[in-house]
Design a protein around this ligand. Structure first.
Ligand SMILES: Cc1ncc(COP(=O)(O)OP(=O)(O)O)c(N)n1
Ligand SMILES: Cc1ncsc1CCOP(=O)(O)O
Ligand SMILES: [Mg+2]
Length: 355
């Protein structure tokens, strides 16, 4: 009996889907050497091959490559120009998503409800993976590291005797997605060893890692960003050193500094200190809400509010428009970092209802 032509579509779609996944897997493995992401793509490809083994052996019988009208179409010109790595990644994510959608529809038409659901869940996995792939490959997206609610910073002298490594592990378990390493009194060697370890941990969790002050250290450990202050090297010099893919954050305390930061090419600004803080020794006076509101209204750059922010006052900061908020000792000094993070997120999720 001749198999339904729907099997021919499924045969082509399965191949298209797995080929697209393989292209992405190799890119992630050999270009940014992102083992975790490459492995996630490989696992998805294997699970598709496994779940469709029976279907694939039926579908291959319907194959008739020589008489595929699509082959004639592709002979009429190049398969679409690719302007670079990011383009190849986007095209292959789309190709996998489209192939999965087609598989889903054919499975529905052939009354295969379980396979239909399986393809749908794979498609949703690819949407999530696509976001991570693009963040990894495209410099502008990669440098946008403030797309998260909490910005945590290490402070070993305010960590209840726990090491920075221990504290960062707890932050990762609490699903904090962005951590800065800030240590003022440790040797370069100590800072290097700690940053190497923290880079490894944050990478395993898919979180971003920023090094305070030392652009050279940030480069050595493969950090995602470096944070500098007003008296540090200028942004342009740091950009020359760190290249296009590393984010540069710059502390600002006034409208003039924010405007200069925008012109300088900084990827984000620190806005603060909002309140009084004892965590930073050479700190300036609190800038209060006036400066925060100025940035919200006038500065088209991602920003993080910082300085003296605690559970009891965070809603005041969030309700004025801060999306990413830095709490240093409120987190490092918490006995239960996971519990404290939940408490903070609970307040942030209710901010619209708090006056
Ligand atoms: C997110 C963030 N904002 C501000 C600072 C402060 O940086 P800086 O003014 O250079 O002061 P030190 O932290 O180096 O004492 C920061 N580190 N992070
Ligand atoms: C590094 C830094 N820059 C401005 S305030 C500050 C420290 C903020 O710490 P805390 O959140 O404990 O007040
Ligand atoms: Mg600094």
């Amino acid at each position: 009996m001749t198999p339904s032509p729907l099997y021919r579509i499924m045969d082509a779609s399965l191949n298209r889907c797995c080929e697209g996944l393989r292209v992405l897997e190799d890119m992630l493995r050999f270009v940014p050497e992102d083992v975790a992401l490459s492995k996630a793509l490989k696992n998805l490809r294997h699970s598709i091959r496994k779940e469709t083994a029976a279907l694939a052996s039926r579908a291959v019988k319907a194959r008739d490559s020589e008489n595929d009208p699509g082959f004639v179409i592709s002979q009429n010109g190049p398969p679409g120009k690719r302007s670079g790595m990011a383009d190849v990644a986007v095209a292959n994510c789309k190709r996998v998503q489209e192939a999965l959608r087609s598989l889903e529809e054919q499975a529905a038409a052939l009354s295969m409800p379980e396979l239909c659901l399986f393809f749908e869940s794979c498609r949703f996995q690819v949407y999530g993976l696509e976001k991570r792939i693009l963040e990894t490959l495209i410099p502008e997206i990669r440098r946008n590291i403030l797309n998260t609610d909490i910005y945590a910073i290490t402070a070993s002298e305010h960590s209840r005797g726990r090491s920075n490594i221990d504290v960062v592990r707890q932050m990762m378990d609490a699903d904090i997605r962005l951590v800065q390493y800030r240590e003022k009194d440790k040797s370069l060697r100590q800072k290097y060893e700690e940053c190497k370890e923290i880079r490894k941990i944050t990478k395993d969790y898919g979180a971003s890692f920023v090094v305070n002050d030392d652009a050279d250290l940030a480069l050595m450990v493969g950090a995602d960003g470096v944070h500098i202050g007003q008296d540090d090297w200028p942004v342009s010099a740091v950009r020359e050193l760190v290249g296009e893919t590393m984010a540069i954050g710059l502390s600002t305390h006034s409208p003039e500094q924010a405007a200069a930061a925008l012109a300088s090419g900084a990827d984000y600004i620190g806005v603060g200190p909002i309140f009084e803080t004892r965590t930073k020794k050479d700190v300036c006076d609190p800038v209060g809400f006036t400066y925060l509101e100025h940035v919200v209204k006038n500065i088209p750059l991602p920003f993080v509010a910082i300085g003296g922010i605690k559970v009891h006052n965070i809603h005041e900061v969030a309700k004025r428009g801060a999306r990413c908020i830095c709490l240093v000792t409120e987190i490092t000094g918490a006995e239960d970092i996971g519990g404290k993070t939940k408490e903070i997120r609970n307040i942030l999720s209710k901010k619209g209802r708090l006056t």
